[in-house]
Design a binder for this molecule. Structure first.
Ligand code: GLA
Length: 385
């Protein structure tokens, strides 16, 4: 739960003296389908959720930034000069908001000094993009207070630059795009090469459906390890196949790829190529038949991530299998992998049984209890006060 706007503004005044100039909110996201396709110039289909980060912000007359949060209330505000920001120079969660201010200036905008108080209801490490929510709320606030007119796709790129350079996670553009471009009742169909996007209706309630998020509570980070390795495999695959990005290969190129690539790189490439096709198929199915027909695509996506891309883990597989056994329409892991959350699309009437089955399976396997909750496509980032 976020603090109320009133409480957040009051806390801001306690910490910094004056009143905030405004409050800006940006949501986390669930990716319906299209995993690891974003940095391969491919397609993704995420939606914004109603969990969000809210930042109370006030411009200052100098080039100082003070940043604090409600989730680390014992920490005094961190005070830094805008001119002292540099990649690798900030540790911990403050690298995200400060990285955004740095990235804004790197992108040619002049950022004012700022006082920032951050509050968030997006669970951290759950694969729901708490980092993008934080980046986008701060990007929107700083851009508006700078007086510059920055487009939403530029703001997404600024968030991504912050994450790539200041945090050191080589992530793509999906999460920031979902946070900035999402709308209630819709998913965002994004072409990560051209940057063009289209809203696709995703009215779960009208179809009698619920989308459960199963947070395995296996925490992950994309600054180290597997995520960067997968990205390198994809780049190698593209290079060996003589294309600019894996987006340029289609399913009919896979036979040739099998002859050119080593076995592991081939499987990484096959995931990306088939996943891109599944995103396009999902948009088609949603448009023609509605969400209740998505099951086979979600299940195939999970199998591809488990077997070809190898980014699942026992907890995610257990969540997906238990949900499907209990009658879910479809289920898959969502986000970067190696932990985080799975999603299960279920008929509303079956949701309690699916939830109970997942909890039971976790307990039988000796895993920490998962956190299960349902989500709906919510609004994108906006000024709220
Ligand atoms: C993380 C990254 C995204 C994307 C997903 C995997 O969420 O931030 O850019 O690559 O993983 O689809």
């Amino acid at each position: 739960m976020n603090s109320t706007p009133h409480d957040l503004a009051a806390r801001f005044t306690e910490l910094f003296g004056g009143e905030p100039d405004g409050l800006w909110s940006a949501p986390g996201r669930v990716n319906l389908i299209g995993e690891h396709t974003d940095y391969n110039d491919g397609f993704v289909l995420p939606f914004a959720i109603t969990h969000s980060t809210v930042v109370a912000a006030a411009a200052r007359a100098d080039r100082t930034v003070r940043v604090a949060s409600t989730f680390a209330p014992e920490e005094a505000p961190l005070t830094v000069g805008l001119d002292d920001l540099e990649p690798g120079g900030v540790e911990g969660w403050a690298a995200y908001p400060l990285g955004v201010l740095w990235a804004l200036e790197q992108s040619g905008y002049r950022c004012p000094g700022l006082d920032l108080l951050v509050d968030s209801s997006v669970p951290v490490g759950a694969g729901l993009s708490s980092s993008a929510a934080l980046e986008c709320s701060v990007a929107l606030a700083a851009a508006e207070l700078s007086g510059a007119d920055v487009s939403r796709s530029d703001l997404a790129a600024i968030g991504q630059l912050a994450e790539n350079r200041m945090v050191g996670a080589p992530t793509g553009i999906m999460d920031q795009s979902a946070s900035l471009l999402g709308e209630a009742g819709h998913a965002v169909f994004l072409d990560c090469r051209s940057g063009s996007s289209r809203l696709v209706p995703l009215d779960l309630e009208a179809d009698g459906l619920e989308l459960l998020v199963i947070d395995t509570r296996v925490s992950h980070t994309h600054s180290t390890g597997g995520y960067a390795e997968r990205r390198r495999s994809c780049e190698l695959g593209a290079e060996l196949m003589g294309v600019a990005a894996l987006r340029d290969l289609s399913v009919k190129d896979l036979a040739e790829a099998a002859g050119v690539l080593d076995e592991e790189t081939f499987r990484r490439v096959r995931h990306i190529v088939t996943e891109n096709a599944r995103v396009e198929d999902t948009v088609d199915v949603l448009t023609k038949k509605g969400p209740s027909a998505l099951g086979p695509l979600l299940v195939a996506s999970h199998a591809s991530m488990r077997d070809d891309f190898e980014i699942s883990c026992p907890e995610l597989d257990t969540a997906v299998n238990a949900a499907l056994d209990a009658g879910a329409v479809g289920a898959r892991m969502t986000g970067g992998g190696f932990g985080g959350s799975a999603i299960a699309l279920t008929r509303s009437a079956d949701a309690p049984a699916v939830r109970a089955a997942v909890e039971g399976a976790f307990s039988a396997a000796g895993f920490h209890p998962p956190v299960v909750f349902s989500v709906l496509p919510g609004a994108g980032a906006a000024r709220i006060a």
